[in-house]
Design a protein around this ligand. Sequence first.
Ligand code: SF4
Length: 406
Amino acid sequence: MSFAPRTNPVQRAPGLRPEPGTPLYVHVPFCVAKCTYCDFYSVAAEGQDLPGALDALLLEAERRAPPRPRTVFLGGGTPSFYSVDELARLLDGLDRWSHFRASAEEVTCECNPESLDFPKARALRELGVDRLSIGFQSLEQGILALFGRVHDAEQSFAAFHAAREAGFQRVSIDLIYGVPGQELARWEVDLERVLALRPDHVSAYQLTYEDGTPLAAQLQAGAFQRLDEDQELAFFEATRGRLADAGYEQYEVSNFSLNGQQCSHNVNYWSNGPYLGIGPSAVSKLASTRFGNARSITPWRAALAAGRFPAAWEETPEPSVRLGETWWLGLRTRRGVEPAEVLRTAGFEGSDPTLRLQESLLELGFLEQSAGRMRLTARGWPVADAVARRFLEACAEQTSPRLPRE
Ligand code: SF4
């Protein structure tokens, strides 16, 4: 989950301590090269002080890591860019300060195909990682080139096989679809090739154009045209249909699991649960306060070296905003939302500002209610973002919201 950097002064965050078991996120901010669509904080690794950043990550872990986290997620950036020795130093250090090896039910490492071979996969397994998430993104060379990816499809398949050979039973594959010029028939063939691997989990995202990325700039400059809404919908439906046929459960708009192998770390985000992030740009949420580190290596390291708390911003949303966020996150999942529970956990008192919206969306067939939970219908899934955002708006403005376009 990423949040835009804020400027709110840090006041409460330094006094907050994570409960034992709080999920831990570790942000490794290096990649071989920057992908054109990516708005996560990361930098091209060449010329960077990788060991120095590793020292800083371990220093931050020593000061802030939660005891015995339930889940650990190494993300970025490209954690697999680190060498085997550096990964050993990172994971041994994280274990020293959190004892995650004795506690975590899931330890994920994000990997890119160009930096995952059998020795590294085996090392990660021996170091306590039990789940890999590999960024295939596409099998089409033209799309990989448009994205600025530095691997090809063969390397993606080789990385997957290396993970399996190293004993990983939980391997996820990341894909992006709905790319300008992409043909649906070709995407369906590529999806078939990926599913033939039987990954335990697939994250399949519709391409988005994030402000400030080179891809968004190219779009604005007219270098290409994005697919129209009908085309994007066709990609979405084809993707979820094929994954469902192959036995994958769509447990979140863009996430599909085989045999219940959901990503527990992300499920906690979507439940609006607490988490502790370390590394530049990493966000934490403890109690009702969300706070984030500087989105740059230099000030993040400087704060740690000076013994200062490394957060650069914090916010403690009002109960009404928390209510909207919990709806927004939960409605994008198959589990859905239990309205009374959401009110309680948001600490919201007074009449529920989402009631009218719930009723309208039920009437229009975008939502259904069963066993006390509200969730998207088949009609609602393709417009999940629009539906979920209406709850954010309804809670923020506490006014009667507009309904999503079908
Ligand atoms: S490898 Fe991942 S984190 Fe790095 S630039 Fe590409 S998409 Fe972003």
